[in-house]
Design a protein around this ligand. Structure first.
Ligand SMILES: C[S@@+](CC[C@H](N)C(=O)[O-])C[C@H]1O[C@@H](n2cnc3c(N)ncnc32)[C@H](O)[C@@H]1O
Length: 278
């Protein structure tokens, strides 16, 4: 065999092997690059903007979140609020519509020892049952907060709801705080405490108390043996009720159709119990 023929064979063999290698390379799926979120990327009802860690911490402080709490972040983004709540020992859930963000949250949580403490649900906040939550965090929009409001108001009295930057329509917040430090935009948080439902007529001995309720605010009248006065400074903080009539100050705990507490008048504090008659 001539040298020429041999070299042609070598070139042909090399060409074929390179072609085969290329074909194999093409047949292999390209390694999937890890999803990197972009601030402002579209979401179902609201874009993704992360809450600064300083405000996340502040929001959970405002809620007085403890290891006994069940926390839900509705629209959980990269999972930072859920992970922070779980680090504090709470059982924490995130609900997020974007599947890439759900996967990212799970990866972020996996980097910490939070097994059994965090769950990321791929779903729509308007179709997910979050009724077992004792603490809810939100960073949505005012109209989305208002849309969630009926479900929130139906939750157990004392449930704390903390929203980054956006209010809840005419339900005024119980507390507002602003974070500094790493927070340069969207730094104010509002907190609401789901109030007990106390509207109606309450009896205590010869006293009759009529209460009208708008969220946590109370108005009404007090009738003590025919002596009528208005309810003043009436409000609820979860299941804790307080109001004044004339110079008497009432404070108690609501449990369904019963209030147990105290009345303070003329410098003397006495036990006080009322039951709802209507
Ligand atoms: C402003 S970001 C807040 C993210 C996170 N809560 C935080 O504070 O860092 C809102 C998130 O809600 C998600 N989202 C929008 N509409 C949603 C819906 N209907 N159900 C579930 N998630 C939704 C978006 O994809 C986005 O990640």
């Amino acid at each position: 065999m001539s040298t020429f023929t041999t070299s042609r064979r070598i070139v042909l063999a090399l060409t074929l092997s390179l072609f085969a290698a290329g074909a194999i390379a093409q047949a292999q799926p390209a390694a999937k690059s890890e999803f990197v979120p972009e601030v402002g990327q579209s979401g179902k009802d609201v874009v993704w903007v992360p809450t600064a860690q300083g405000l996340v911490d502040r929001m959970l402080d405002m809620a007085k979140l403890t290891a006994k709490d069940i926390h839900y972040d509705l629209g959980s983004g990269d999972g930072r609020t859920v992970i922070t709540a779980a680090r504090r020992g709470a059982t924490a859930y995130g609900v997020e519509y974007n599947p890439d963000m759900v996967e990212l949250s799970r990866r972020n949580a996996a980097k910490e020892k939070l097994a059994g403490k965090v769950t990321f649900i791929h779903g729509d906040i308007f179709e997910t049952d979050f009724s077992k939550a004792t603490v809810i965090t939100l960073f949505l929009l005012p109209e989305l907060n208002v849309k969630l409001r009926p479900k929130i108001l139906a939750m157990a009295p004392g449930t704390r709801v903390v929203s980054n930057s956006f209010t809840m329509g005419d339900w005024k917040s119980d507390e507002t705080q602003t974070a500094k430090g790493d927070c340069t935009s969207y730094c104010t948080a509002y907190m609401w405490i789901v109030p007990a439902k106390v509207e109606g007529v309450w009896k205590s001995g010869n006293e009759e108390i009529k209460l009208a309720q708008e969220f946590q605010m109370l108005q009404g009248s007090h009738n003590s043996g025919g002596k009528l006065s208005n309810i003043q400074n009436g409000r609820l903080r979860g299941d804790e009720i307080s109001f004044s009539t004339g110079s008497a100050r009432y404070a108690g705990k609501v449990s369904g159709d019963r209030i147990e507490g105290t009345v303070t008048a003329g410098g003397k504090t006495s036990p006080w119990v009322a039951t709802r008659s209507k």
